[in-house]
Design a protein around this ligand. Structure first.
Ligand SMILES: N[C@@H](CCC(=O)N[C@@H](CS)C(=O)NCC(=O)O)C(=O)O
Length: 214
C-alpha cells in the first residue's frame, strides 16, 4: 500500500522545493501542510514539536516524522526506489553526497541569502559590502566545483542520470540565476550553464520552482 505522506513547509522555500522535486520525480502523492516559518504564529509554535529547530521542511510518512532535507531525500529514495536518484557505484554516491553538502554549506547561504536576498532587500547597494563580495567568491567556487563535476560526458551532476545532486542544486540556482550577479557568473561556467538549460527543459520543474516565489 502506498504510504500517506505529509510535507510541512511553504512553497517558496528552497529546501521544501528540493523535497517536492524528489516526490515529483518519483510520482508520489502528498499533502503539503503549510508552515510559513517566516511568519511566526501559533502554527509555527506547534510545529516545534515536529522540528525542534523550527525549520522547513519536515515530513510524516505513515506516522514516521523526519526533518533535515538530506535525511528526507535519502529516505524517500529508499522507500520509493523508482526512479533511483542515487547512482550505482560507491564513488558516484560519495560524489552525490559531496555535492549535497556543498549546496547546504556553501551554495545556499551565499547564493540565496548572501546574494539573492541581499539584493532583493537592499538593492544594488548590497554589492558594496565586503560580506557581499565574500559571498560572490563563495558562489564562484561553487560554480567551479559544479563545472568540474559536469566535465566530460556527464550530463548530470551525479553522472549519467538525474540524481539527488541535481535536485538539491536546482532550487538554489533557480533563485541565484534570477539575479544579474548569478547570470554574469554562470556565463563563465559553460558546463553549468548548459546543464541548467538542459535540466530546465527536460524535466517538469516549473510549477514547483515558480509557485510561491513572491
Ligand atoms: N538544515 C535544514 C535547513 C532548512 C532551512 O534552512 N530551511 C529554511 C527555509 S528554505 C528555513 O526553515 N528557515 C527558517 C529560519 O532559518 O529561521 C534542512 O536541511 O532541512
Amino acid at each position: 500500500m502506498t504510504p500517506t505522506l505529509t510535507l510541512y513547509g511553504a512553497p517558496y522555500s528552497v529546501y521544501v522545493r528540493i523535497v517536492r522535486l524528489v516526490l515529483l520525480e518519483k510520482n508520489i502523492d502528498y499533502r503539503l501542510e503549510t508552515v510559513d516559518i517566516f511568519k511566526p504564529d501559533k502554527a509555527v509554535e506547534t510545529y516545534r514539536s515536529i522540528h525542534p529547530f523550527a525549520k522547513i521542511p519536515a515530513i510524516n510518512v505513515d506516522g514516521f516524522v523526519l526533518y533535515e532535507t538530506g535525511a528526507i531525500v535519502r529516505y524517500l529514495d529508499e522507500i520509493f526506489p523508482e526512479p533511483p536518484l542515487m547512482p550505482d557505484t560507491a564513488r558516484e554516491r560519495a560524489n552525490v553526497n559531496r555535492i549535497l553538502s556543498i549546496i547546504d554549506n556553501y551554495a545556499y547561504p551565499s547564493m540565496v541569502w548572501g546574494i539573492y536576498v541581499a539584493l532583493r532587500e537592499q538593492g544594488e547597494s548590497a554589492c558594496e559590502s565586503d560580506a557581499f563580495n565574500k559571498h560572490c567568491e563563495r558562489a564562484e567556487t561553487v560554480f567551479c566545483v559544479l563545472d568540474t563535476a559536469l566535465e566530460g560526458k556527464a550530463p548530470y551532476l551525479g553522472g549519467h542520470r538525474l540524481s539527488l545532486a541535481d535536485l538539491h542544486a536546482v532550487p538554489v540556482l533557480d533563485y541565484f540565476l534570477q539575479t544579474a550577479t548569478g547570470q554574469k557568473m554562470v556565463a563563465h561556467h559553460p558546463n553549468v550553464q548548459n546543464w541548467w538549460e538542459r535540466i530546465k527543459t527536460q524535466h517538469r520543474f516549473d510549477g514547483i520552482l515558480s509557485e510561491g516565489a513572491d
